[in-house]
Write a protein that binds this ligand. Structure first.
Ligand SMILES: C[S@@+](CC[C@H](N)C(=O)[O-])C[C@H]1O[C@@H](n2cnc3c(N)ncnc32)[C@H](O)[C@@H]1O
Length: 222
């Protein structure tokens, strides 16, 4: 490994061990006003569509946990960052299995999930096309990705600010990219977008306000 890569790896570990831990510890408090102002209702509406064996990506501290309906059989919550995963385990108890894994490398068999859920995660994954390919791999034909994500703005002025502030925001928000065109990435993946609603995240800075909520299906084999 080169010196440059070693230094980058060390910097990442230091960042995770300091600010990453603070971010995980403060996440629920940081989100509280947003959740009360409508985000929790958005989560509930999205997750009502989950059924069967359900896998959540980057489940964080478990803000979706209370919203899963009885139509969900087995619930698997994935989360790669140990300080988040610890909180998730405490909250999930026996309700779900928690697996420490990144979304682009899920320890799940091909075609083994009926539903994949992601909320405020596709902004943060390192490799979005690889993540969406992995979602398509683990979904059974006809299975669904349910997404609730903040995205790049359609308004050019806001999008310019998202580009300008991408780096400082990413440092503050533990890897979140505020300028990602996530809907275009889903549309360009093996999944077919079935429905999408555009909205905004309440009580959030303008650069993270534009929101999409919807579903994309893995086409059933003909
Ligand atoms: C903004 S938080 C969202 C947490 C939760 N999904 C929610 O709706 O509140 C982003 C989450 O993505 C996780 N994450 C970061 N990189 C990831 C990756 N490569 N694969 C899966 N999750 C990742 C983070 O650890 C964090 O828990």
């Amino acid at each position: 490994m080169s010196d440059r890569h070693q230094r980058a790896g060390l910097g990442r570990r230091l960042y995770d061990a300091t600010w990453g831990r603070v971010f995980a510890a403060g996440y629920d408090r940081f989100m509280a006003d947003t959740e009360r102002a409508g985000m929790a209702e958005r989560r509930r509406g999205l997750i009502a569509g989950a059924r069967g064996r359900t896998v959540e990506l980057g489940a964080g501290t478990g803000l979706n946990l209370g919203h899963y309906p009885d139509t969900v059989g087995e619930l698997i919550l994935t989360e790669p960052f140990p300080p988040m995963a610890k909180r998730l385990r405490e909250k999930a108890g026996a309700r779900a299995t928690v697996v420490e894994a990144t979304a682009d490398d899920l320890p799940l068999a091909d075609g083994s999930a009926d539903t994949v859920v992601c909320t405020l995660v596709l902004c943060t994954v390192d490799d979005l096309p690889a993540t969406l390919a992995e979602v398509a791999r683990v979904l059974a034909p006809g299975g669904r990705l349910l997404f609730l994500e903040h995205v790049r703005s359609d308004d050019p002025r806001t999008a310019r600010w998202q580009d300008r502030l991408e780096r400082p925001w990413r440092l503050f928000a533990h890897g979140c990219r505020c300028n990602r065109d996530t809907l275009a990435a889903i549309a360009g993946s093996p999944l077919e977008v079935e429905s999408v609603e555009h909205g905004s995240i309440p009580n959030s800075p303008a650069i993270t306000r534009p929101l999409i909520a919807g579903s994309a299906a893995l086409p059933a084999r003909s």
